[in-house]
Design a protein around this ligand. Sequence first.
Ligand code: ADP
Ligand code: ADP
Ligand code: ZN
Length: 215
Amino acid sequence: MDIILLGPPGAGKGTQAGRLEDEHGMVQLSTGDMLRAAVKAGTEVGLKAKALMDAGELVPDEVVSGIIGDKLDELGPDQGVIFDGYPRTAAQAASLDEILAERNRVLSYVIELAVDEDALVERITGRFTCGKCGAGYHDTFKQPAVAGVCDVCGSTEFKRRPDDNEETVRTRMQEYRAKTAPILPIYEARGIVRKVDGMGSMAEVNDAIEAVLSL
Ligand code: ADP
Ligand code: ADP
Ligand code: ZN
């Protein structure tokens, strides 16, 4: 089963994708994570993406669609995936249709994470992750059980994203409203959109997604 998690920055896509990976063996394909890895490695893609990401603007469609296709080819045909942060434009949605069709894959659901915009700035400015294993945390909503120590791997190094500041978040939200929200009707017309309330606790949102997926 392949699904898309769709929602504005900070809606909880990465958090929920991580749970589906851990509990149901699905694989998370996050274009944001892939681009950050490319920036860190200093690849050609990374060099193209860095300034745009720092400004909160979208990276060109061909760049992200290319890396998504490559990643899918590394997986077996029966491995279910969660698209997290992709597609983000109508052009990317069209590319995804081709990418999936070429590989005989079917998109089962688009989970729309519905959130109040006011909550997003707080979610994003409080976000941090483990520098070693990537586990996600929040200053207020999800602190490590032992302060300063990752619950998952025990590392004491954490990091924050340079684009997780209030000003860049505003630009990212505008990009979402202008370019990403308008792709929902494409999937609504196919009858595969399921709206989930993203304002509950992480566990509640997880339960609601599992109910949709009958997991
Ligand atoms: P996205 O991938 O959509 O940008 P994240 O999953 O990274 O969002 O979540 C953004 C921040 O909000 C993280 O710090 C995460 O721990 C926190 N968070 C995620 N889901 C919830 C929730 N349901 N309630 C409170 N905080 C949440
Ligand atoms: P968010 O927490 O906002 O969901 P992501 O990690 O998904 O953040 O994306 C971070 C940045 O990476 C975006 O602001 C954008 O610059 C770039 N990016 C990620 N995915 C895409 C995509 N599908 N298309 C274009 N740009 C992308
Ligand atoms: Zn860790």
